[in-house]
Design a protein around this ligand. Structure first.
Ligand SMILES: Nc1ncnc2c1ncn2[C@@H]1O[C@H](COP(=O)(O)OP(=O)(O)OP(=O)(O)O)[C@@H](O)[C@H]1O
Ligand SMILES: [Mg+2]
Length: 248
């Protein structure tokens, strides 16, 4: 999703790890130059390690195939790590066949599911993700302008549908950092339930343990498995598994 700080990275990490726990082979591609999901999965990048930057660059001599760029994290998920250098891609683009090449490589990966974490804008890297994806999972942070942000995302997805990738659609919506007691949260929940009835997979509770887990660089579902938020993410992963074409 294009909005910042709405739980995209926390969701990508915890859904990916929960899907792997169910027995699926999962790859998480970190397409955000901030590299938060790379860090959150405890992956350390050395100076010579290959990242998504080398996968996506326009310069053929320096390019590395996606399958060769994945590293195994401690938590059973393969990671396509992000690097700050990816800001350059955001500025100069992926080149004329960049989207198609990336999309083909994502489809050909020898895994059951590919999770892509997007940066908080609708730039080149988010478009690359939309071009390669079958489904978008939109995270909505209950607040006054959040439904509008979702509609804006829907416009971008529709544009991608008409041009780069006819398969993609917003198939899943969740409410994140959810505070059940607040009026605004209840409002957002009821509008999501009525306007995204079949896509809405429920809420992820707010908990301070998310920040602690981030600091420890351990996914919440393993760091604090007993929290409501961890249970929410495992439930969402189960639901996703059931709705996916390949499932266990
Ligand atoms: N369930 C939760 N409870 C409490 N805090 C949370 C929860 N989920 C996420 N957060 C916190 O909210 C902030 C934003 O979350 P996150 O990084 O997942 O969002 P994002 O959409 O990926 O942000 P960005 O747009 O910067 O990439 C982080 O500090 C994270 O620790
Ligand atoms: Mg993020």
């Amino acid at each position: 999703m294009q909005k910042g700080g709405v739980g995209k990275t926390t969701t990508a990490i915890n859904v990916a790890v929960s899907l792997a726990e169910l027995g699926l082979r999962v790859a998480l591609l970190d397409l955000d130059p901030q590299a938060n999901s790379t860090k959150g999965l405890g992956v350390d990048m050395g100076p010579d390690d290959v990242s998504m930057f080398e996968v996506l660059i326009d310069v053929e001599e320096d390019r590395v195939p996606l399958a060769d760029a994945l590293v195994k994290s401690k938590y059973g998920v393969l990671v396509g790590a992000a690097h700050r250098a990816m800001r350059r891609l955001e500025r100069y683009g992926l080149g004329p066949s960049g989207y198609a090449r990336f999309s083909r490589q994502v489809l050909e990966l020898d895994v059951d599911v590919v999770v892509m974490d997007c940066p908080p804008n609708l730039g080149e890297l988010t478009v690359a993700a939309l071009a390669a994806a079958d489904s978008v999972l939109a995270t909505v942070l209950p607040g006054t302008d959040e439904i509008d942000a979702l509609l804006e995302l829907q416009r971008s997805v529709r544009e991608t549908q008409e041009g780069l990738n006819s398969r993609v659609s917003i198939d899943f919506v969740i409410a994140t950092i959810y505070e059940g007691g607040t009026l605004v949260a209840k409002d957002v929940r009821s509008s999501l339930k009525s306007e995204w009835t079949s896509e809405y997979l429920g809420e992820v509770s707010k908990t301070v343990r998310v920040k602690e887990a981030k600091h420890a660089r351990v996914p919440l579902v393993l760091y604090a498995p007993e929290t409501e938020a961890a249970k929410d993410y495992r439930r969402i992963a189960k639901e996703l598994n059931e709705r996916m074409p390949v499932h266990v």
